[in-house]
Ligand binder design. Structure first.
Ligand code: SF4
Length: 258
């Protein structure tokens, strides 16, 4: 599937965050070519991109210059890179915008929390290692089955590759975490034990979140939406907690209602 790439000038770089643990959001792109079928970010993106999720990516052409100016007058805080796109989606290999943003943030002593589904983050290992005290890196893992991930997260790095990247990053002494979410009904559960084992071996915190059914999912992922409605999320949550307790893994529900 071809991706339509457009360019745009922006007037702001950092956004205010309402997400737990983050003061700012920083999204180098609008849209995400990873095209996850359950992605909620489409609801927070402009309609043309949201309605064609995974097919249109808008490059924020001047965001590096804007951040360089903006950062001087911003109060220090934690920057989430990214929250409604993946900063390491494939176009980043060509553009290198995320790398420049990361460099500016670290030079200005801002903390950076990276969440990705791409092993391209390894490209920036030198920057990450240069300021261990300022960075953490999280990988979203909803299943460890590569063949299934290809269906639900078509253009993201396969989970096996994400795990290797996580191991490498953790081995460098960078703070790491796994985001087990959204939990895909009847699919993610098969990987729970193994994901907790990976969290243990990489010394990663495990965040988790339920499958939050939205109207668009009835078109794209009807089967999961229907199953998610019937799931006992308390039981799922307890199962994850129990696995984490048995392996000494720190666990944190991503939001209060699970
Ligand atoms: S990687 Fe993240 S932002 Fe990109 S499509 Fe998947 S869930 Fe959405």
């Amino acid at each position: 599937m071809d991706i339509l790439v457009e360019r745009r000038k922006v007037s702001n770089a950092l956004g205010k965050s309402n997400l737990p643990g983050l003061d700012y959001t920083l999204n180098p792109y609008i849209g995400c070519s990873h095209g996850c079928i359950y992605c909620y970010a489409r609801l927070y993106s402009e309609p043309r991109v949201g309605n064609n999720w995974g097919k249109i990516v808008i490059v924020k052409d001047n965001i590096v210059e804007i951040l360089a100016k903006e950062i001087r007058r911003k109060k220090k805080g934690v920057v989430g890179l990214s929250t409604i796109t993946d900063a390491y989606q494939s176009i980043e290999a060509e553009k290198g915008i995320t790398r420049e943003l990361l460099r500016i943030l670290l030079e200005n002593n801002f903390k950076v929390s990276i969440q990705t589904k791409s092993s391209l983050v390894l490209r920036d290992l030198d920057l990450l290692c240069s300021r261990l005290e300022l960075v953490d890196v999280g990988f979203t893992i909803t299943t460890l089955k590569d063949e299934f991930a290809r269906i639900i997260e078509p253009k993201a790095s396969p989970p096996s590759e994400r795990v290797k990247a996580l191991e490498k990053i953790s081995a460098e002494g960078i703070k790491t975490w796994i985001f087990l979410g959204p939990i895909i009904p009847e699919i993610s559960e098969n990987s729970f034990s193994e994901i907790v084992e990976i969290a243990e071996s990489t010394n990663s915190v495990l965040y988790y979140d339920k499958y939050r059914v939205k109207p668009f999912m009835y078109g794209l992922a009807k089967e999961f939406a229907e199953k998610a409605k019937k799931i006992d999320w308390n039981a799922i949550s307890e199962k994850i907690r129990e696995l984490c307790r048995s392996r000494g893994v720190e666990f944190i529900p991503a939001f209060d209602d699970i």
